[in-house]
Design a protein around this ligand. Structure first.
Ligand SMILES: NC(=O)C1=CN([C@@H]2O[C@H](COP(=O)(O)OP(=O)(O)OC[C@H]3O[C@@H](n4cnc5c(N)ncnc54)[C@H](O)[C@@H]3O)[C@@H](O)[C@H]2O)[C@H](O)CC1
Length: 462
């Protein structure tokens, strides 16, 4: 798990390094520029002309410092494109050095390689038209390397910004990289530590990037009997969507559960009961107690229950893990007040379902992270798994991001499998990681795949 930080915290890190740990600002900047220069030196040598874009803040100062290091190292095919404004004191120092060294300045952005130091984590609000024109000019280059973050990258998505091929960021990756479609503007990410005393500073930020190395599935003992391996109740299925509940059920078994009971619509009871040999199959009305079950998954293919009926079942499992997916998610909004306190709900919406939920709950949708907090609060502290090419999990005040895009996972039934895994493991992070890893492995094995193949891959990995 890696920390991610907001722009505000990145600035705090800078200030703490200077004020508490007495590292001079120019010394941090020198280290930042030095490690940045080492990382891009080969590209500078091989470029006919590199333009260093420098704004008037410390991001611009970094750009000036890197340009100076390259120049002093004998790389003369560089120009500086300086954007005047209210200059920080470090910027003034770096600017004066570049002028004294007579490094050429230009007002032309035509170049195959651009180092983008227009604005870093000091960015707020919107870019002026003048800055947008500069961003457009930068974006015409063949290759762009952004310092710390692409200039103009907003923390709430919807950015008008530099589209970098690479971003070399200082200290920690920034949360902004993983919001909305921002990742498309960041390019390859490298994280360098200039000399921030990272291990001495405890950040209050609640953002983590998760990866496959965080997979930590409960080991199933050799002698474990089916009752010990977990019993999952699944409520779902309708005449229109009879496959969803079956995919969830198979995913639960392949994930290691010993027992699954499916509660389904009377209309498809025969189909589900006859075509599936492993689960116990019952009708919706038969679910009267949570006693025999470890968790509940409600929603796959569900169309025939009312909001009141869904909430009643969720509340029945009040003290246990409840995963709410697909057809049940849309019923939550209008009935959220009826959800019991202290429930352990995990909802798994895709972006469309999440937007619909925001509309029903009358929550502002302009900032993904704040809207996740608001939805969780409205649903009595629910955990939210927001599914997209970057999955965001919001749980108990923490945000977890998984950035493992896989076009093959965007296939009918993929969400039913994920919901099944989370219900079986009773852990959204482990469920999301296992689903993603199985998707990657299935993609390598089959190319594009069906969910039956994905489920088999879950069994192999588990
Ligand atoms: N020791 C250090 O100082 C280190 C700094 N690093 C680098 O510093 C930047 C952060 O620098 P800061 O001066 O705080 O801010 P920026 O340069 O990112 O931006 C300020 C600059 O941008 C202008 N601005 C802000 N918002 C807008 C807007 N909406 N439209 C137009 N212009 C805007 C503002 O007016 C200022 O001129 C960090 O990213 C690092 O690159 C290193 O971390 C090393 C140590």
């Amino acid at each position: 798990m890696n920390n991610l930080i907001t722009y505000k915290s990145a600035k705090e890190l800078d200030i703490l390094s200077q004020e508490k740990y007495l590292i001079p600002s120019l010394s941090l900047m020198e280290s930042a520029a030095r490690c940045f220069y080492s990382a891009i030196k080969d590209k500078l040598i091989n470029s006919k002309l590199t333009i260093f874009v420098a704004g008037s803040g410390n991001n611009g100062a970094d750009s000036l410092a890197v340009a100076r290091m390259a120049y002093c190292d004998g790389i003369k095919n560089i120009n500086i494109y300086f954007v005047p404004g209210h200059q920080s004191k470090e910027n003034k120092v770096q600017y004066d050095i570049c002028k004294a060294l007579e490094i050429p300045f230009t007002d032309n952005l035509d170049s195959e390689l651009i180092v983008d130091g227009l604005i870093g984590v000091g960015f707020s609000g919107e870019l002026s038209q003048e800055k947008r024109n500069i961003v457009d000019g930068i974006n015409k280059a063949n290759y762009i390397i952004s310092i710390d973050c692409p200039s103009g990258l907003k923390e709430d998505g919807n950015s008008y910004c530099v589209k970098a091929n690479e971003t070399i960021t200082f200290g920690y990756e920034k949360v902004a990289f993983y919001i909305g479609s921002n990742i498309n503007y960041v390019g390859k990410i490298t994280t360098l530590n200039p000399s921030f005393p990272l291990t001495s500073i405890s950040l209050s930020d609640n953002y983590r990037r998760i990866s496959y190395s965080d997979i930590n599935l409960r080991k199933i003992d050799d002698r474990e009997y089916k009752n010990k391996k977990g019993h999952v109740a699944i409520v779902g299925g309708s005449k229109e969507y009879s496959g969803a509940v079956r995919l969830s059920e198979r995913a639960v078994f392949k994930c290691g559960a010993g027992l699954v009971t499916v509660f389904t619509s009377p209309e498809i009871y025969e189909v589900v009961a006859n075509e599936n040999l492993s689960p116990i199959v019952k009708k919706f009305e038969d679910l009267q107690s949570s006693n025999s079950y470890d968790s509940l998954l409600i929603g796959p293919g569900l169309t025939d229950l009312s909001g009141e009926e869904v909430i009643k079942l969720i509340n029945l499992f009040n003290s246990k893990c409840v995963v709410v997916d697909a057809g049940a998610i849309k019923l939550l909004g209008e009935n959220c007040n009826a959800i019991s306190d202290n429930s352990n709900i995990i909802i798994t919406p895709h972006l469309g379902e999440f937007r619909a939920l925001l509309a029903t709950l009358n929550i502002d949708s302009s900032n993904t992270l704040t809207s996740l907090i608001a939805v969780s609060k409205a649903l009595k502290g629910a955990t939210i798994v927001l599914k997209s090419s970057i999955t965001i999990i919001y749980q108990k005040g923490m945000f977890y991001f998984l950035n493992e895009p896989n076009p093959a996972l965007g296939v009918a039934g993929s969400g039913d499998v994920l919901a099944g895994l989370i219900a079986c493991l009773k852990d959204p992070i482990q469920g999301v990681l296992l689903h993603s890893l199985a998707g990657r492995s299935a993609h390598e094995r089959f190319g594009f795949f069906t969910c039956e193949e994905l489920i088999d891959e879950v069994g192999r990995i588990r």
